[in-house]
Write a protein that binds this ligand. Structure first.
Ligand SMILES: Cc1cc2nc3c(=O)[nH]c(=O)nc-3n(C[C@H](O)[C@H](O)[C@H](O)COP(=O)(O)OP(=O)(O)OC[C@H]3O[C@@H](n4cnc5c(N)ncnc54)[C@H](O)[C@@H]3O)c2cc1C
Length: 469
């Protein structure tokens, strides 16, 4: 196992991201040693140097590595002469995904998901071609768009106390990192990750789904699983996570809408994203279909304050935990950058460093594709652009905000609302024939005050770039 100093210095990582990866590596090495394996744990300037030293000292003829999820890492392994062996971090290898794509005219996540359900047998009644989805429907997503309920008590995340190993890692990585120091929220061993899976199944899963799109100042957790870092690091496998959900459903402990909603995220979205990543790389990482070139607003890096309550709330959660849930990523952080015309590659780089579950394979389709529409619609057939009205409906962020979510011009106009209309006017040619958003384009082009909106939008992006919003 090699800790590469260059990799650590390659980005300004959120300290909780770097801590999670390095502490999990060091603990895994300890566990392997305790189980009787000989572990060569090396600190090197680069991966290549670490491997060279290992080969020289141990006269190793062949080095096997588990297949890395991201292309850049896989290529590096190949360059270093390592033999890649299959891993267990996904249930559908990207070569099988590519074969599935080749058999179809249209590539849609929902079709892939149903294929996965049939193939893997999760939440199915019966076997073979006659098998039917449990609950009589493939998808209960329509039930999952409710705003946050008032006064609801959301589960608190589990924590684990920090020990000497954590403190040593924190001291080692601090000079390269930003964000608040680890609090014990993120598990760094398989046993602790399993404990979080059990907690999720018992306490959180029954409420998973109905409020999946809700955002509230009262909880960073809501009814999300917070399991992505462990799935991405390999502390948990997708198979064991889905098996646990199936068992809870079979025992009648979880409603079908919650079990289905979660299984869809894991065997549907997660695997689809991975397949799309490999199908599109290496070109995918450089796409910028909307020609967005503005720099990432300084408030993202903590170099400015903001009066936008939603943005302030989500960025402060990222600083505190290295985490934001899906809708915060998509509809606050991503949405703002999309409608403000921020360079998608800059947002990707920031998110990769800032989120504890960040990795190239998952960021490219989610950030460039789904969130920034930089792939021209491969991941999502519409741009995820919204104004303040959506944020107000799905969160408690707008109450007490300096800006008025329903105003698009004027001193107190909500920047999301102004930029939303400007976005559709700016991209009218591209989206006029898109059935999912053509109405927004028409409405934007017919606004009485469109020229005022455009002026106001220019001012908003100027102030955003200057850290004065
Ligand atoms: C702009 C943007 C950036 C994102 N960045 C990341 C990232 O760096 N790492 C990451 O793992 N996910 C990323 N996602 C996907 C998703 O937001 C996170 O997987 C999820 O928020 C993690 O929280 P959770 O474990 O509580 O998820 P839950 O809501 O509990 O979902 C369960 C699991 O489903 C999987 N999943 C659900 N949706 C996706 C998806 N779109 N892509 C991949 N896996 C998915 C995750 O493994 C997740 O743990 C991103 C999404 C967007 C829109």
């Amino acid at each position: 196992m090699i800790e590469s100093a260059n990799l650590l210095a390659s980005k300004t990582w959120h300290i909780q991201h770097a801590h999670l990866v390095i502490a999990a590596m060091r603990r895994f090495a300890e566990e392997l040693r305790a189980a009787g394996f000989a572990v060569d744990y090396r600190f090197a300037r680069t991966l290549a140097e670490g491997l060279h030293d290992h080969r020289a000292i141990h006269r190793t003829e062949e080095v096997l590595v588990m297949e890395p999820a991201s292309r850049s890492a896989r290529e590096r392994m190949a360059r270093l002469g390592c033999r890649v062996v299959p891993g267990n971090q996904f249930l559908c290898h990207y070569s099988d995904f590519a074969a599935w794509v080749n058999r179809r005219l249209n590539v849609r996540m929902e079709d892939f998901y149903r294929w996965q359900r049939r193939r893997l047998g999760y939440l199915m009644e019966g076997t073979g071609p006659r098998a039917q989805p449990s609950g009589g429907r493939w998808n209960f997503d329509a039930d999952n768009r409710r705003p946050p309920p008032r006064g609801h008590v959301w589960p608190a995340p589990l924590t684990s106390p920090l020990d000497d190993l954590d403190r040593a890692v924190i001291e080692h990585i601090s000079p390269f990192c930003e964000g608040e120091s680890p609090t014990g929220i993120w598990a760094t061993t398989r046993a602790e990750a399993r404990r979080r899976l059990d907690h999720f199944i018992d306490r959180v899963l029954p409420g998973f789904g109905p409020h999946a799109e809700a955002m509230t100042t009262g909880s960073m957790h809501l009814a999300h699983s917070l399991l992505s870092p462990y799935l991405n690091l390999g502390l948990l496998t997708p198979a064991e996570v889905c098996d646990a959900v199936q068992v809870a459903f079979d025992r009648g402990l979880v409603p079908i809408a919650s079990a289905e909603g979660f299984i869809r995220q894991v065997i549907g979205w997660r695997e689809y994203v991975w397949g799309m990543y490999w199908a599109g790389m290496p070109a995918y990482a450089g796409l910028n279909a909307l020609g967005a070139t503005r720099p990432l607003p300084p408030v993202f890096r903590g170099n400015a304050a903001t009066q936008m309550r939603c943005l302030d709330q989500v960025l402060s959660e990222v600083r505190t935990h290295g985490f934001a849930h899906h809708i915060q990523r998509l509809m606050v952080l991503g949405n703002l950058c999309l409608i403000a015309g921020v360079d998608p590659a800059e947002l990707l780089d920031w998110m990769w460093a800032s989120f504890v579950d960040g990795a190239e394979w998952v960021m490219v389709p989610n950030v460039l594709g789904m969130s920034q529409h930089a792939d021209g619609g491969r991941m999502a057939t519409k741009p995820y652009a919204s104004g303040g009205a959506y944020i107000n409906r799905m969160s408690d962020y707008c109450k007490g905000c300096h800006f008025n979510h329903s105003r698009r011009t004027g001193e107190d106009a909500c920047p999301f609302t102004t930029l939303y209309w400007d976005f559709f006017a700016r991209h009218q040619v591209r989206f006029a024939r898109n059935p999912r958003v053509s109405r927004q384009v028409q409405v934007a082009m017919r606004l009485d005050d469109l020229s005022e909106v455009r002026e106001c939008a220019n001012e908003v992006v100027t102030r955003l770039s200057a850290g004065q919003l």
